[in-house]
Design a protein around this ligand. Structure first.
Ligand SMILES: [Zn+2]
Length: 166
C-alpha cells in the first residue's frame, strides 16, 4: 500500500504487512522516522468524513432555504411594514416639521372656533332676549290689571301703549 512521509510528503509503496505491524519506517529522502499507520490515517480520514457525511441529512436541511424564499414571497409581511414606517416618521419629525404641524393645528383652531362661535352666541342671545321680552310683554299685558293695582305708576305706561283707557 502507499504511505506518505509526514515530513517531506514523499510517497512509498510498501507491503500491507509493514503498516499492519505498526513498525516505524525511515524516509529515504529526509531520513525522518514515522509509523505508517499514522500516515495512513489521512487516507482513512476521507472515509471518516464520509461517515461524518451523515450530515448528508444536512442536505435536507439545505432545502430549508426554499422556505426562506417562501417568506420572501410573502407580500403581506412586506406590505405591513410600510404602515409601520409611516407611524415612525412622527417620532423623527424635525423641529421645523413639528413647528409647521403646530402652526397648521393652531391655524385650524384659530379658524374654526371664531367662525361658528361668533354667530352662535349672538343668535342664541338674540332668541333668548326676544323670548324673554315676548314673555314679559305677554304677561304684563295679561296681568296689567293686577300690575296697575299694585303699581299705579304703570297705568301711564299702559295708557301710552293704548292698553289702558282710564
Ligand atoms: Zn521524508
Amino acid at each position: 500500500m502507499k504511505i506518505v512521509c509526514p515530513s517531506c510528503a514523499a510517497t512509498y509503496e510498501v507491503p500491507e504487512s509493514v503498516v499492519a505491524s505498526k513498525r516505524a519506517v525511515r524516509c529515504a529522502r529526509c531520513g525522518g522516522d514515522w509509523v505508517p499507520g499514522a500516515a495512513d490515517e489521512p487516507p482513512s480520514a476521507p472515509p471518516e468524513e464520509a461517515t461524518v457525511a451523515p450530515p448528508a441529512p444536512v442536505a435536507p436541511v439545505a432545502p430549508e432555504p426554499p422556505p426562506v424564499a417562501e417568506e420572501v414571497s410573502e407580500p403581506e409581511l412586506t406590505a405591513e411594514p410600510p404602515p409601520v414606517t409611516p407611524a415612525a416618521p412622527p417620532t423623527t419629525l424635525a423641529a421645523d416639521q413639528w413647528q409647521s404641524v403646530a402652526a397648521a393645528i393652531a391655524a385650524e383652531a384659530a379658524a374654526q372656533p371664531p367662525t361658528p362661535a361668533t354667530p352662535k352666541t349672538p343668535i342664541a342671545a338674540w332668541f333668548v332676549s326676544v323670548a324673554l321680552l315676548a314673555i314679559l310683554a305677554a304677561s304684563s299685558v295679561a296681568f296689567r290689571a293686577p300690575i296697575m293695582k299694585a303699581w299705579p305708576a304703570s297705568t301711564r305706561l299702559y295708557a301710552a301703549l293704548g292698553l289702558y283707557h282710564p
